[in-house]
Structures are given as C-alpha cells and as structure tokens.
Ligand binder design. Sequence first.
Ligand SMILES: *Cc1c(COP(=O)(O)O)cnc(C)c1O
Length: 388
Amino acid sequence: MKKSTAAVWSGEGDLNTKGAATSPIVNSVAFSYKDLEAWHQVSLGKTDGFIYSRNTNPTVAVLEEKIRVLEGAEDATSFSTGMAAISNTLFTFLTTGKRVVSLKDTYGGTSKIFLDFLPKYGVDVKLCDTTDHGQLETEIAKGCDLLYLETPTNPTLKVVDIKRLADAAKKVGAVVVVDNTFATPINQNPLQSGADLVIHSATKFLCGHSDAMGGLLAGRKELVRKVYHFREINGASLQADPAYMIARGMKTLELRIERQNASAMTIARYLKTHSKVKDVFYPGLESHIGHDIAKRQMSGFGGMMSFALDGSYELVKKFLTSLQWVHLAASLGSVSTLAGPPRTTSHVELTEQQRAMLGIPESLIRYSVGIENVEDLLEDIEQALGKL
Ligand SMILES: *Cc1c(COP(=O)(O)O)cnc(C)c1O
C-alpha cells in the first residue's frame, strides 16, 4: 500500500456501519459493556476496546492508525495540540538529572520548554547551533538521554542530518525524537533515518485547512505507550471532532503536498532572481546550505520557505499588505497561502541581536505556500514586489 492509498484507507472500516463510506464521529465520552468480564479485560489492556475518551476513542483511533501507517511506525497516539504532543513526550522521558540535547532553532513553544520549564525540574538542557553537526555529536557523546530534532526548521529552513545524529545518539542509548511537522510524512520519514519517535503538529499540513488542532506521536511501541500513559492521566487528549477533521484532511495530504512542493520550488526560483529579494531560504534550492542533506533524507522539499527583502522592516510591511492571495496570519500548512514576518510573530520575544545570531534577518518573510494556482501566486508576489 503506497502512501496515498494508506492515507485514504488505513484506520477505516471497523466503524463504517450500514455501509457508510466514511468513519463516523463518535462523540461518546464512555463506552458501555453488557459483560463485566469483557469490560475488565479491556480496562486491564488485555483486549482491545474503548473505555473512556480521555484514553482513546474510536474516531481518534482512526486518525492514530493513519499516522502510524504513513510514518511506518509500530504504534501511534494523539494529543489535543502539537505542543501537547511535544510537552508530554519531553516530560515522559526527562526527569530530574537527565540530559537533553537539542537545537537552538526549534519551534518557539518547544524552545520555551527547553529554556524555561525543564531546567526548573533539574533537567540539563544543551541547545546546539542547528547546523553544527560536529558540536551536536560532541554534546551527544558527553551523555544524552534524549536527542530532540526538528528539520527543516522555522523560519530559515535549516536542515539537520537525522541519520548522522541518530547514529551518535544510539551509541549513548538516547531516545531520538524528531518534529516532522514541516516536512510531513509524504516528504520525510524520520523513523527510517533512525529516529525512535516522530511528532507532528497535526494542526498544520496534516489537517491542512486551518480548522482543527491536534498533535500526533508515532514510533517504537514501548516508547509510544509510555507517552500515552502520561497523556491519558495528564489529560491533553484529542477529541473526536478535530480527530475527524484531521483524518479527513489527511486523505488529500499527498495531493496537497505534491502541489505545494512544486509551487514552492517555482516561487523560490523566481524570488532568487528578483532584485528586491536579498536571500531565499528553501531546501530545494542548490544554494541552500542544507540542500545536500535534504536531497538525501527528503523525497520532496515542502511547502515552507522564507525570504529576506533587500531593505528594512518598513519594506516588509509594504510588501505583505500589498499581497492579495495570502492570509497574514500565524500557522502554516493550509490550503490557503499564509505569510508573516518572524520579527513580529514567531520570534517577537527575541532581541534583534538574538535574531541575528539565529540567522533571522529583520526583513525576513515566512511564506507557507497554499494550493492556489502557482501562476496567480507568482503574479501576486510580482505586483507586490513591484510596489517597493
Ligand atoms: C505549530 C508547530 C508546533 C506546535 O503545534 P500546535 O498544534 O500549534 O500546538 C510544533 N512544531 C512545529 C514545527 C510547528 O510548526
């Protein structure tokens, strides 16, 4: 079964009562049993079944099965948001005295957990320069319980070699976790590169329509189960309604991603030649610093890019407000194009100097390519650049 088929068919079937062609939304908090012994067996986890929707739910299970198959994993579980997936995973494995190695360029919320929360619980956090694989290997070798990666990163699309770092992590027995939100399972399967667990903010490309939030985790069964047991008590569970929306979105995931991969490449090439554009960050461009690694570990370069205008932040304001086919909004991975300046959105809490240290120019624009016609998007960008 190829990915597009798996996205449509996996998880479906058991719930399709009376010949329904889609799985229903099961909005039941609890599940009843006539046989107390059968109930007991499910409660003990000895047979499959549903007890209470904070643990799991039939509609949610359909979605979990889809990500399990698409990521080639033994097991999968779900969360109320992407950040719930990340925080539950980190807090499951990182207790007092443990050491985590990660990147300076992780998603803003993740970075906050590393810098503000984990140290309070006595966890030793080491964040390395994102593209310095040598430093990462050295820090991993010093002792590491969990290696946390994200690739490509936000907003400059830095690329990290998962296989190389997973090999280093294996030597010291660390659990390797990769946030695969930007790439999606269509373009990248971290488990095949040696990761133990893969995380998604399902809010983004998987849902794909900016209308539901969720988080997913897939990987080695014993590790997924540990996080699941933490989450079922902690309570950051996914509800049936958003689970249905995300599973519905995932049925068209490959179609959307193929379009977004192609459009992003076309737009990145166009921007690269434009005199008002100083720099373009897209892993599909040969000039991108992570291009060689991306070529090896990704089967498509994705729908996310960023570019710096040749000028100040004033120019960014003028350009963005001149665009027609875009929502100036946070988030990414939707059918509609979304854009915004990292300086005043994702990286607003950093000083200009901190942004410079991460290689984020003040005139940077993050652009999440939608599924609109690429000629319309190009024309729109061209007219907006023409106004500068
Ligand atoms: C959005 C995002 C998250 C957080 O997901 P939420 O669903 O908003 O909680 C985590 N990682 C990456 C890379 C993201 O883009």
